[in-house]
Design a protein around this ligand. Structure first.
Ligand code: ZN
Length: 497
C-alpha cells in the first residue's frame, strides 16, 4: 500500500532540527534513563497516552485499503455481502449496510464507493469512542479553566488554518482540554470576524446573565489565538497552501484578522470591552511555535517572537522551576519604557504557560518521531466541513473547514479538494467528505434545521464538484450532533426530516 502524503526520503538532505542529547543527571545516573525522563516540563505518562491514541486512531483509517484489497479476493462468492461484512467486522470493527455492499458489488466490486463508505463508518465509530470514552481527557476542564481565570482569562478561542497538520493544535500542540476551547478552522486562518464577534457577545451575555464561567464584573478577558503555519524543512512547498507557502504573508494575514476582531469589539462596545490577541506560528515539522511577544500595550508584531524549539533545547537540562523561570524571562520586552504600565502582563503570563504546554508536545515529537514528523506534508484521511468536529484532535487526520454555507466556505473547500486530488485521486482512492451540522438539543426544531443545513451543503458540494461526483470519486456523509451533550455524531437518516 502506498504511504500517505509526501514522506521525507532522506533526512540528511535538509537541515532538520536535531535533538540535543539530554545531559540532566537521572536518579540512576545513566544516559538511557535520562532520555526516558524527557524534558522536565513534559509528563511522559501523558505523552504515552496521547501517542497510543494517535496511533490506534490513525490505524483505524489506514487499514481500510488493505482490508478492501482482501475483499476483492473474495469477490464472486455466493454469500459475498455477508462474508464481506464478517471480514470488515473482524478487521475494522464495523459492518456496512447490506444494501451499500450489494450495490457496490454489481458488475464488479466498486472499491471507490466502498473506500468512502468504510471511512464514513470508521468515522462514526471513532466519534462514538471519542465522546463516550474521552481518551484525551478533554472533558475535564475545571482545573485548566481555574488556571486560565487566575491569569485573567475567562474564555479562549483558537482560529487555526484548515490544514490537517494543525488539527491537533488544541489537544496536542497547546495541551488544552478540547471542551474548553472554541476552535473554528479556515484556510489560511482567515477567520470570520463578524461570526467571532457574535460568539464573543454570546459569551459575555452568559457572564452577565448567569455568571458563567465567571461574573461579568470580574476583570477577565477573552483570549483569541490565531495560528498560521510554516515548514522549516521545506519552506517553499510545505507551508500554508492558502498563502502560497509564504510565511510572512500567512503571518500578516492572521495578524490582520486579529487586529480587525479586536477593533470591531472596541468600536462597537467601547475600550472597556477589549480582548487580548495572540499570534502563533506553528512549525508543522515538529509542532514548535513562534510565539509573537506583545509589547506593553498588547500590540503584536511579526518580527518580535520567541521560538519554542530553541527554548526547548535551552531548558532541557534544567529542573522544572528553572525552566519555567527561563521561559518567563524570554517574554520580557527588552525596550520597555519604564514609565509605561505593562498592560500585557497577563498576556505574557498566559503565553509562558502555553509555551510550557507546547514544550511537552515538542518532547512528544522528539521521543516518538525523532524530532521531525515523517509526513511533512498533507496526509489527511478525509475532508470535514460544517461546524463542530470536536472529535478531530489529531494531526493530519482531517482537512477541516468551518462553514455555514458552501457559498461562504467555497474557497476553503476548493483548497481541500486540490489537496485531496493529489492525496487520493492520484492513488485511485475516492474523496470522502463528511458534512457536520451541530444542533442544540435543548431547542425544539434545532435538529431539523441542522438536518436541512447539512443536506443543503451536501447538495451544493455535489453540484460544485460534479466532475468528481458523477464519476464516483467524491462521496459525502451528512452527520448531526447535539453539541450540548457528549453524545457522538450520528448519520443523518431520512427519519430526521
Ligand atoms: Zn494553511
Amino acid at each position: 500500500m502506498l504511504a500517505r502524503g509526501r514522506y521525507r526520503r532522506d533526512r540528511t538532505q535538509h537541515e532538520l532540527p536535531k535533538p540535543i542529547p539530554y545531559k540532566r543527571k537521572s536518579a540512576k545516573g545513566n544516559q538511557a534513563s535520562a532520555v526516558e525522563n524527557g524534558h522536565p516540563l513534559a509528563d511522559q505518562h501523558t505523552n504515552e497516552r496521547l501517542r497510543a491514541y494517535e496511533l490506534a486512531s490513525k490505524a483505524r483509517f489506514d487499514n481500510i485499503e488493505a482490508v478492501l484489497t482482501s475483499l476483492s479476493a473474495g469477490y464472486g462468492r455466493q454469500d459475498f455481502a455477508r462474508w464481506a461484512n464478517k471480514t470488515l467486522q473482524a478487521q475494522l470493527g464495523f459492518e456496512l449496510p447490506l444494501d451499500v455492499l450489494e450495490q457496490a458489488s454489481i458488475g464488479g466490486l466498486n472499491l471507490r464507493t466502498l473506500y468512502s463508505q468504510c471511512v464514513f463508518e470508521q468515522f462514526l465509530a471513532f466519534s462514538k469512542e471519542f465522546f463516550e470514552q474521552d481518551p484525551l481527557n478533554g472533558q475535564q476542564t475545571e482545573q485548566v479553566a481555574k488556571q486560565l481565570q487566575s491569569m485573567g482569562y475567562h474564555a479562549i478561542g483558537v482560529a487555526p488554518c484548515a490544514d490537517g497538520r494543525l488539527a491537533h493544535i488544541v489537544s496536542y500542540v497547546l495541551r488544552l482540554p478540547y471542551d474548553l476551547v472554541r476552535r473554528k478552522a479556515h484556510a489560511g486562518a482567515l477567520f470570520d470576524v463578524s461570526e467571532s464577534v457574535r460568539n464573543w457577545v454570546f459569551i459575555e451575555h452568559m457572564r452577565f446573565r448567569e455568571a458563567k464561567p465567571n461574573a461579568a464584573n470580574e476583570p477577565t478577558r477573552y483570549l483569541k489565538i490565531a495560528s498560521y503555519h510554516f515548514s522549516k524543512a521545506d519552506p517553499h512547498h510545505q507551508g500554508c497552501a492558502a498563502h502560497g507557502s509564504d510565511d510572512a504573508k500567512a503571518a500578516q494575514a492572521a495578524l490582520d484578522k486579529l487586529t480587525d476582531f479586536r477593533q470591531a469589539i472596541e468600536n462597537r462596545f467601547g475600550c472597556g470591552s477589549t480582548i487580548d490577541v495572540v499570534l502563533l506560528g506553528v512549525n508543522t515539522d515538529d509542532d514548535s511555535l513562534r510565539v509573537h511577544v506583545p509589547d506593553e500595550r498588547g500590540q503584536v508584531s511579526l518580527e518580535r517572537y520567541v521560538d519554542t524549539h530553541t527554548l526547548y533545547h535551552q531548558t532541557m537540562n534544567l529542573d522544572a522551576e528553572a525552566a519555567q523561570r527561563q521561559i518567563a524571562n524570554t517574554l520580557v520586552v527588552g525596550n520597555r519604557r519604564a514609565r509605561l504600565a505593562d498592560d500585557a502582563a497577563n498576556l505574557r503570563k498566559v503565553l509562558a504557560w502555553l509555551i510550557e504546554r507546547n514544550i511537552a508536545q515538542i518532547d512528544y515529537v522528539h521521543r516518538f518521531e525523532a524530532g521531525c514528523y515523517p509526513d511533512l506534508g498533507h496526509a489527511e484521511r478525509f475532508i470535514g466541513i460544517g461546524n463542530g468536529f470536536e472529535e478531530v484532535q489529531l494531526r493530519n487526520l482531517t482537512y477541516y473547514s468551518f462553514l455555514e454555507t458552501l457559498e461562504e466556505g467555497l474557497a476553503d473547500v476548493q483548497v481541500g479538494i486540490k489537496i485531496f486530488k493529489k492525496l487520493n485521486l492520484c492513488q485511485g482512492r475516492s474523496i470522502p467528505i463528511i458534512i457536520r451540522a451541530d444542533y442544540d438539543g435543548r431547542v425544539a426544531e434545532s435538529k431539523s434545521r441542522a438536518a436541512k443545513k447539512a443536506q443543503r451543503i451536501e447538495k451544493a458540494v455535489h453540484e460544485q464538484f460534479a466532475d468528481l461526483s458523477k464519476v464516483g470519486m467524491l462521496h459525502t456523509l451528512c452527520t448531526l450532533r447535539d453539541y450540548t451533550s457528549h453524545c457522538a455524531a450520528h448519520r443523518l437518516d431520512s427519519e430526521t426530516n
